[in-house]
Design a protein around this ligand. Structure first.
Ligand code: NAD
Length: 291
């Protein structure tokens, strides 16, 4: 599998690459890995390359580092788009919009011009749904369904909260609705155990990313890489009838505007396919939050 990671010299990539190349995501698949970063970061990327070589990863077939879009995007099967301007203390994700618009426009064009038409794209860089929309918009030759944006970390945060606060480990069918921002709506209505989230619980999930930044002075990276590995694994191998939350191209279900990217319940199948679960009954308080 030919996989591109943008922002290859960044901190999420540093946590994600070992998971990818040690077989923790794709089992028994040799990987041609391309790492893209901007020209000023090429020295740093060279250092990452040296560490990858020294790790002697079992599933690495070839490794390319580059700052050239054509080299990075040509014939790829999967693009993991981490590259962008990170959220710094005091910044809302929406503050990042302007900084990221240009990046995702040219990368969307590169997907359109150089990648396989079957390429699958996972956008992680914030503001994640907007960046995904921009990349998708500028690559009209690639199906909308091939793009997903990342809300899995919010789902994992909620899953841990259920374990810690409600003694309810391994709950399935957790849904995170809406935008990946302080207005996202975590929902446990479809879990096995009947759990009513308090407004404190909801705010905890909504603000968890900011809380990590406050302490680390950097945005989540280890947990982000971990969630990315789960998103990719579920997307490629299927969720086994479990509902998971992906940011996907809206078809208008649940009154979300058509054509935006938004976190919704999906069931994933094999080889990067999924369907949006479009028949859940949303309770009134959750609906109010979503609206
Ligand atoms: P980072 O700053 O450590 O790394 C980002 C890398 O992207 C840097 O090396 C930078 O040089 C590179 N980059 C910048 N512009 C680029 C371009 N045009 N092409 C290629 N590379 C480029 O940031 P990080 O901590 O690794 O986070 C990456 C992104 O993921 C950030 O946008 C962050 O906000 C986002 N994030 C999202 C979630 C989520 O749940 N959706 C969680 C954590 C972080």
């Amino acid at each position: 599998m030919k996989i591109l990671i943008t922002g290859g010299a960044g901190q999420i990539a540093y946590s994600l690459i070992p998971l990818l190349l040690s077989g923790a995501i794709f089992t028994n698949i040799k990987i041609d890995l391309l790492l893209l970063d901007i020209e000023p970061c090429m020295d740093k990327l060279e250092g990452v390359k040296m560490e990858i070589e020294d790790s002697n990863f079992k599933f690495l077939n070839s490794l390319t580092i580059t700052s050239d879009l054509k080299t990075a995007f040509s014939d790829i099967d999967l693009a993991i788009l981490l590259g962008g301007f990170p959220r710094l203390p005091g910044m809302e994700r929406k503050d990042l919009l302007e900084k990221n618009l240009e990046i995702f426009k040219v990368q969307g064009e590169a997907l359109n011009n150089y990648a396989k038409k079957t390429v699958k794209v996972l956008v992680v860089a914030n503001p994640v749904n907007t960046n995904c929309w921009i990349a998708n918009h500028f690559s009209p030759s690639i199906p909308n369904e091939n793009f997903t944006s990342y809300s899995y970390l919010d789902q994992e945060r909620l899953s841990f909260l259920l374990q810690k606060e409600y003694n309810a480990p391994n709950q399935k069918n957790i849904v995170v609705w809406g935008n990946h921002s302080s207005t996202m709506v975590p929902d446990t209505s479809y879990c096995e155990k009947d759990i009513k989230l308090t407004s404190d619980n909801i705010q905890f999930i909504q603000n968890r990313g900011a809380s990590v930044i406050e302490k680390r002075k950097l945005s989540s990276a280890m947990s982000a890489a971990n969630g990315i590995s789960k998103h990719l694994k579920k997307w490629y191998y299927g969720s086994n009838d479990e509902i998971v939350s992906f940011g996907v191209f809206s078809k208008g279900y649940y009154n979300f505007p058509e054509g935006i990217f938004i976190s919704m319940p999906v069931k994933t199948h094999s080889e990067f396919s999924y369907n949006i679960v479009n028949n859940l009954k949303i309770n009134d308080s959750t609906r109010a939050l979503i609206d």
